[in-house]
Design a protein around this ligand. Structure first.
Ligand code: FAS
Ligand code: PHB
Length: 397
């Protein structure tokens, strides 16, 4: 249950959801002198320990530094300048993305970003956890009304704007009247089984291993904690494989069965279906959809969190323009700007998903096409540079 004082009856911006999008938006608005109320369904502890993304683009890192929450990231984050491909023939090749396009990425867990944002939240800011039955009761051209149950009390919050930062399964997107929003969806024929292991990574850089057995990714959260993924059939349950079977399959795909994958206790596991979704438009009257509330991408290219950060930054800039200068063009243009970047993220994520995942259903022709794509990536500087630009920083645009 929330322990904060009663929520204000009116606020400029009501933010639904305290994931990275909602917390960053509240922080950026605060720095612009714009008050907000954040309503989060889950507990503070749950939000702070939820392990998800881990790769931060350069634009995301810059945004967190500008928001004054980048200090620990700069101390503990791992800056990367390249990654390794392992191809079906067992050959290894490096993708030197920093050398190709001048941009790095950082490995720093999403839960650490959330902790840093929570730590920066000042006491007088209205951030409520354990809020029940949040719903958008009114969406007018000039304002909105949000209702919820806070500490057992029915609460109404009048606001100028609502930021729907409540993820794919939230209440914001469904609050848009039928016919005003179109959802575009693509389900990929594969899922990822993700594990967090108390074991040093096999390689200090990420390894994307494409094998006839399926895909595996070796990532990390620190020099002593590995983040590893296996592609699995979409219907597979999260507990279908024992820890030993997971380790063995990871070793087969990442080392060819050399038995050199460092082992350690598996701390947690998650099954992530690979799905793509975009809601168009991302705004309706005074409701603005941000991050996963508006779009989800398969984790293949690590774009989900970075797109959410970019949306939050864009909306914060637009609201600052409205409150500080009475300008509305950035608000009116929010959806179009955010969707351009979202579709770029979708395209790269879908292309990376197809590149990484040989599937039993695919034809020999498809396998040859994949081989030709890898041959171009490894032999053409222009092709590799275009890939590197997309991998390191769609959000910069
Ligand atoms: P979030 O879903 O993070 O946050 C939404 C918040 O709203 C949550 O705290 C939720 O409790 C709250 N909420 C929902 N309904 C509410 C309601 N009715 N009332 C109040 N609050 C409500 N991305 C990557 O880039 N790389 C990865 O490896 C990766 N792995 C992932 C693994 C999993 C299992 C999942 C689910 C996602 C993964 N993602 C990954 C994507 C993920 O990182 C998202 O892009 C990111 O969390 C988006 O942040 P938000 O938009 O803030 O949404
Ligand atoms: C992760 O560390 O969670 C991660 C890294 C790179 C990806 C996907 C996921 O492409």
């Amino acid at each position: 249950m929330s322990t904060a004082a009663a929520a204000p009856r009116r606020t400029p911006v009501c933010i639904i959801g305290a994931g990275p999008a909602g917390l960053l938006l509240a922080r950026l608005l605060r720095l612009s002198g714009i008050e907000s109320v954040v309503l989060e369904r889950r507990s503070r502890e749950h939000v702070a320990r939820r392990v998800r993304a881990g790769l931060l683009e350069q634009g995301t890192v810059q945004t967190l530094r500008t928001a004054g929450v980048g200090a620990r990231l700069d101390r503990e984050g791992l800056e990367h300048h390249g990654f390794r491909w392992r191809l079906p023939d067992g050959s290894a090749h490096r993708m030197p993305f920093a050398e190709l396009c001048g941009a790095s990425v950082w490995m720093y867990g999403q839960q650490e970003v959330v902790k840093d944002l929570l730590a920066a939240h000042t006491a007088e800011q209205s951030l409520y956890f354990g809020v029940e039955d949040v719903r958008i009761a009114e969406l007018r051209p000039d304002g909105a009304l949000v209702r919820c149950t806070l500490d057992g009390r029915l609460t109404e919050i009048a606001c100028d704007f609502v930021a729907g930062c409540d993820g794919f399964h939230g209440v914001s997107r469904p609050a848009v009247p039928a016919g005003e929003l179109t959802g575009h969806r693509l389900d990929h024929p594969v899922a990822w089984l993700g594990v967090l292991a108390a074991a040093p990574p096999l390689s200090p850089e990420l390894i994307y291993a494409v094998s006839d057995r399926g895909f595996a990714l070796q990532s990390m959260r620190s020099p002593t904690v590995s983040r590893l993924y296996l592609s699995v059939p979409p219907g597979e349950g999260v507990d279908h494989r024992t820890d030993a079977e997971i380790r063995q399959e990871l070793d087969r795909r990442l080392t060819g069965g050399a038995g050199t994958l460092p082992t350690g206790p598996i701390l947690e596991r998650v099954l992530v279906p690979l799905r793509s979704f975009v809601a168009e438009p991302m705004q309706y009257r005074r409701l603005f959809l941000v991050g996963d509330a508006a779009h989800i991408v398969p984790p293949s290219a690590a774009k989900g969190l970075n797109l959410a950060v970019a949306d939050a930054r864009l909306l914060a800039e637009a609201l600052d323009g409205w409150y500080a200068h009475g300008r509305r063009e950035l608000l009116d243009g929010y959806s179009a700007t955010a969707l351009r970047r979202a579709w770029q993220g979708q395209e790269f994520s879908a292309a990376m998903t197809a590149l990484l995942h040989p599937t039993p259903q695919e034809s020999a022709f498809d396998r040859r096409l994949r081989g030709a794509r890898f041959e171009r990536l490894l032999s053409s500087t222009a092709e590799a540079t275009a890939f590197a630009e997309q991998y390191t920083g769609l959000a910069r645009r």
